[in-house]
Design a protein around this ligand. Structure first.
Ligand code: NAI
Ligand code: MG
Length: 348
């Protein structure tokens, strides 16, 4: 029996988590569910966005399925108590260093993509982004130069252990897909990237079945728009991955379609839609639950090693969309529950 921690959070979080739970329950797997408050909801109930009981549940569970946090009512509270601190705290406390963001255009959504239909249709990739290092976490500050100019700086650095563990996630991800891994860096000008490239090459010797290529990040940004179908798995650092994954996500039609995973060195993971709490549509039954349902599929794939069930969910989502069932963000009229009903009906 695997324990799934459900952390619904704020806004549309509880609405989409409820639908993902229905889909997981319909699969009749050996799962148990425990819910706990997080974000603004937890602040109201327990006085903290990430209460100790919620963190303890997340640590005890085999995987965490997370909705979204954020509530405009708490915009004025002190930083440490803001709802968004919950997700940062969970990443840190659970040691989640690898962020996986698949970008795939589901059939029938070609008109919703930012790219030409024939180009968009070929998109099916996973971006593996390092989440705990790089310029975001290096030494940073402000100083005044010798000639009296104000200067800001952020140190870019990776050590070989950090690169090695994210490279492994990249190779493992590619191994169960099309076995093509593209490591993205800027090794022509950055020392950090030269170390990155050396380490990725040495890890590659353990994965002779995976075809490894290297690409400079500026070229990668161009290729993502020109010919995204060439990519299977991309592995890259925190900064490049942040930018490239947002760029890739625009190709998939709606923010309500995109799932994500944050993984540790073992099997533990936190799975969440890439969208936020969408206060503008909360409580109206308008939220697209697909991103969360697809996050549940990722959870089965990566934390529970259940590729078969993951694919069942993904096929059911594709089937519902092909049949024309769409929430308002995709130009349709289906409610959150009706969208999930259509997925449930196709769980063959
Ligand atoms: P957002 O992603 O919540 O919403 C952006 C736009 O997309 C809105 O118009 C919203 O209605 C729409 N949208 C989002 N998800 C949708 C869905 N499933 N179906 C249909 N439409 C959807 O981003 P925003 O407005 O910048 O942030 C709102 C709150 O969410 C903020 O407090 C922010 O900090 C928080 N947030 C939390 C995240 C998390 O929990 N990991 C991630 C991003 C934002
Ligand atoms: Mg971003």
């Amino acid at each position: 029996m695997s324990l799934i921690a459900l952390l619904p959070g704020d806004g549309i979080g509880p609405e989409v988590i409820a639908q993902a739970r229905r889909v997981l329950e319909a699969l009749s797997l050996d799962l148990s569910f425990e819910e706990a408050p997080v974000g603004g909801a937890a602040y109201l109930e327990k006085g903290h966005p990430l209460p100790p009981e919620t963190l303890a549940l997340a640590k005890r569970a085999d995987a965490v399925l997370f909705g979204a946090v954020g509530d405009p009512r708490f915009d004025a509270v002190e930083r440490a108590f803001r709802p968004e601190q919950a997700i940062l705290g969970l990443r840190r406390e659970l040691g989640l260093f690898a962020n996986l963001r698949p970008a795939k255009l589901f059939p029938g959504l070609e008109d919703a993509s930012a790219l030409k239909p024939e180009v968009a249709g070929a998109i099916d990739m996973v971006i593996v982004r390092e989440l705990n290092g790089d310029v975001y976490f290096g030494e940073k500050g402000r100083r005044t130069t010798m000639d009296g100019l104000r200067q800001g700086y952020d140190l870019m650095s990776y050590n070989e252990r950090e690169v090695e563990r994210i490279a492994r996630v990249g190779f493992e991800t590619a191994r169960v897909r099309k076995k093509r891994l593209c490591s993205v860096d800027k090794a022509n000008v950055l020392e950090t990237s030269q170390l990155w490239r050396d380490v990725v090459k040495s890890v590659a010797t353990e994965y002779p079945d995976v075809h490894l290529t290297h690409m400079y990040v500026d070229n990668a940004a161009m290729q993502l728009v020109r010919n995204p179908g060439q990519f299977d798995v991309i592995v890259t650092g925190n900064l490049f991955g942040d930018i490239l994954s947002d760029q890739a996500s625009m190709c998939a039609g709606s923010i309500g379609m995109l799932p994500s995973a944050a993984l540790d060195t073992g099997k533990k993971g936190l799975y969440e839609p890439i969208h936020g709490s969408a206060p503008d549509i909360a409580g109206q039954g308008k939220a697209n639950p697909c991103a969360t349902i697809l996050s549940a599929a990722m959870m089965l794939r990566y934390s529970l090693d259940d590729e078969v069930s993951a694919e069942r969910i993904e096929r059911a989502v594709a089937g519902a969309l092909t049949a024309g069932v769409r929430t308002p963000d995709l130009g349709g009229t289906a409610t959150t529950a009706e969208m999930a009903d259509a997925v449930l009906a196709r769980l063959a």
